[in-house]
Every structure is written in C-alpha cells, then in structure tokens.
Design a protein around this ligand. Structure first.
Ligand SMILES: Nc1ncnc2c1ncn2[C@@H]1O[C@H](COP(=O)(O)OP(=O)(O)OP(=O)(O)O)[C@@H](O)[C@H]1O
Ligand SMILES: [Mg+2]
Length: 378
C-alpha cells in the first residue's frame, strides 16, 4: 500500500498536476482532499496494486477523516466500521494537511486467504511426504528383493557346482580304476567301472539337458511338437528309466493305469520329462520305506495322472512357491537331496502349454500327491 502513497506523492509533485491544482484554486477557496487525490486515480492505483497481489474483487478501501469518521472517497459501502478499525491504514498527512485523513484498506477474506494459502502448503507437503515414503518403501523393497535374488543365485551356483562335481569325481575315480594294471584280466570289473562312467555321464547329460530346457523356456524358445501321445506308454518309459533307482532304494512301486482313453495331442518328450521330474522328486524326497503310487483316470474330457509318495511332504507355507523358478523348500541341510529348483517350474510350464492343470496335496511328514489334468483337446 506504501507504493500507492508514493505514487500519489509523485503525482502531486508533477508540474502538470500542479498547474491543474492552481486552476482549481482560482475557482475554490480551499482545496479538498479529493482534489489532491482524485478518486479515479486512487481507484486505478489500488486496483493495479492489489491485482499484483492476486486479490481479485475481495477488498474495500476508503479515504476518511479520522476526527469525524467521514468517508470522502473509495469503495466502502457497508464496510465503514471495518475500514475504521482496519490494521492497514496510512495517514495522508504528506499529501494533505491537516493530517486527519487516512487511506484505509480492508480484506474481508483475509483470514480465509491465509488459511487457503496454508492449506495449499500443507497439502503439498503431505503429497511430497507421501511421495518420499513411497520412494523409500520402493528402495527398501528393491533392496530386499536384490538380497533375496542374490541368495537364490548363490544357492543355485552352489547346487550347480555340487551336482556337476559329484558325477565328474565319480567317473574320474572309475577311470582311474580302469587304468590299474591288476584289473586288465578282469572283464567283469572293467564292465562295472565302464558302466559307472556311462551312468554318471548320462546323469550329467540329463542335468545339462534340463538346464538348457529351462533356459530355452525362459527365452521363449522351447519347441513343442503336437503328436498323438500315449500317456500310459510315457509312464511305462519313465518307470523303465527309473528301474535301477527303484531297486537300489527298495521302493515299493504301484502303477495303476486305469484311464480307458489315454491318448492326447501333445509333445511326447516334454510330457515324459514331466513324469520323470515328478517321479524323481518322489524318490528324492522320500527317505524311509518309500512307496510311490502312480494312477491314471479319465475325468471331464481328459486324463488325470497322480504321482503320490509317502515322503517328507511340503508345509503349507511353501506349497504356493514350489512351482516358482529356483525355489527349493529350505531344509536347513537336514537331508541331502540336491537339485536346482527348476523341475516343477518346467513341469508347470509344460502342463500350462497343454492347457492342463497341476495341483498339489501334501501333508508334512505324511507325503505328497501331484495331480495333473490334461485335456484331450487343447
Ligand atoms: N514329492 C515331494 N516331496 C516333498 N517335497 C517336494 C516334492 N517335490 C518337490 N518338493 C519340494 O519342492 C522343491 C521344488 O522342486 P523342484 O523339482 O522344482 O526342484 P528340485 O527337486 O529341488 O531340483 P530339480 O531342479 O533338480 O528338480 C524341492 O526343492 C522340494 O523342496
Ligand atoms: Mg525336482
């Protein structure tokens, strides 16, 4: 408001205005305050000043005489009282003497305006704080995720090294034995060691194959062929491949192939791998008196295959993760079953490709049953 007063002073000292005042003096005996401060000029100066401050029409102003509370110019109707007690008022003594005249301004919404301004700041601070918290939570989440991923990666590398080291060590030991001169004339022993090397080689080949398949699955390069597949034949093949391990581990095996219709359209190799993985798990995770049941049955336009064991089982909280890549139930090294944690991930991907479903039923300490449903038409 001070700038308004300064501008009025400048105006008063302007030579042209002074001339004007002289002319008025000739006509009148005494100059009024409104001669020195023309109301139109005051109005436009105030408007200009307040627009800069972003106050639109919410204001009153007036020039009034403090000694008799008489209003002489301005926009003051119905706000006279407020203008008289307003904190924003300036004496016009420099412009007009005697100094009873005051320029007063009153903002009825001043409090609200301050509140509105405060509100905007509060809202912006809250938004900023929320954004900061979200960022912070995201950073923490990423940190934990990275930690988890790094743990999973380390476990995987340790499993991989172990899985590869064992067959390599075994076959190199067998080769050393073969090189010994004392067994040159013992064809039976030679055959035994050669078989060990061959078996270990097959094991390595299978493991590399499985890793490559999951790598292909990840890259979206897993190729499926659609052929007429006999599910019962695949189960028999798997049974044959595991014959040695079944005998070695004294496993009681029961295979009930009850499905009347056991042909589906699918990929023979991948489906056989599915059953191999399930039987491999059933053997690996059953430590005492192993019993494995395989059952097939026709349901709802498809075939259901169940692989059931009486092994260590899987606790509820782990069940939803076991089909995830690289997930292994933490055992605290209680049992020695090694693996990569990719078998069931691959199984689920193959079943999904055939528009089938896989479900697990398991009780810790009692055993697990994997049920696979494959539709005839997919
Ligand atoms: N029949 C089962 N009984 C108990 N636990 C099982 C069984 N099958 C799977 N699991 C649990 O689920 C996890 C994931 O199985 P998955 O076959 O994917 O991996 P893996 O057997 O550890 O390794 P691999 O990749 O060599 O198969 C296993 O580590 C095991 O903890
Ligand atoms: Mg497995």
């Amino acid at each position: 408001m001070k700038s308004v007063l300064n501008r009025l002073l400048e105006y008063k000292n302007d030579s042209i205005f002074k001339e004007e005042l002289e002319k008025i003096k000739c006509r009148k005996l005494k100059l009024d305050i409104t001669d020195i401060v023309p109301p139109e000029l005051l109005d436009s100066l105030i408007k200009e000043e307040l627009n800069i401050m972003f106050v639109e029409n919410d204001y009153y102003y007036a020039i009034y005489n403090k000694s008799n509370s008489k209003f002489v110019a301005g926009k003051y109707e119905s706000a006279e009282k407020e203008l008289i007690i307003s904190e924003i008022q300036y004496s016009l003594v420099n412009l007009y003497k005697p100094g009873d005249y005051y320029l007063s301004v009153y903002f009825p919404r001043k409090q609200y305006m301050i509140l509105e301004q405060i509100n905007i700041w509060v809202i912006m601070s809250v938004i900023f704080l929320i954004m900061l918290l979200i960022n912070f939570a995201y950073v923490i989440y990423t940190l934990f995720r990275q930690k988890k991923l790094s743990e999973v990666k380390n476990d995987f590398i340790s499993n991989l090294t172990h899985e590869f080291k064992t067959p390599i060590a075994t076959s190199s030991l067998a080769a050393e034995m073969l090189l010994r001169p004392e067994i040159e004339n013992k064809p039976k022993t030679i055959k035994k060691y050669a078989n060990v090397i061959l078996d270990e080689n097959h094991r390595l080949q299978d493991q590399v194959e499985q890793l490559l398949q999951v790598a292909a699955l990840e890259a979206g390069n897993l190729h499926y062929r659609a052929q007429n597949v006999d599910i019962h034949q695949l189960i028999k093949n798997v049974f044959k491949n595991f014959e040695m391990r079944i005998k070695e581990n004294n496993i009681q095996m029961e295979v009930k192939l009850e499905a009347k219709d056991h042909f589906i359209i699918g990929d023979k190799e991948h489906l056989q791998n599915v059953f191999s993985n399930l039987v491999d798990n059933a053997i690996k995770y059953t430590l005492v008196n192993p019993k494995i049941n395989i059952l097939t049955r026709n349901i709802n336009g498809g075939i259901m295959i169940r692989v059931e064991d009486n092994g260590i089982g899987i606790r509820k909280e782990h069940q939803k993760y076991i089909f995830k890549k690289l997930y292994r139930v933490p055992t605290g090294n209680i049992h020695e079953a090694r693996g990569f944690g990719i078998g069931l991930y691959y199984v689920k991907a193959v079943v999904d490709h055939h528009h089938g479903r896989i479900a697990l039923n398991s009780q810790p300490g009692a055993g697990s049953a994997f049920n696979i449903y494959l539709p005839f038409k997919n």
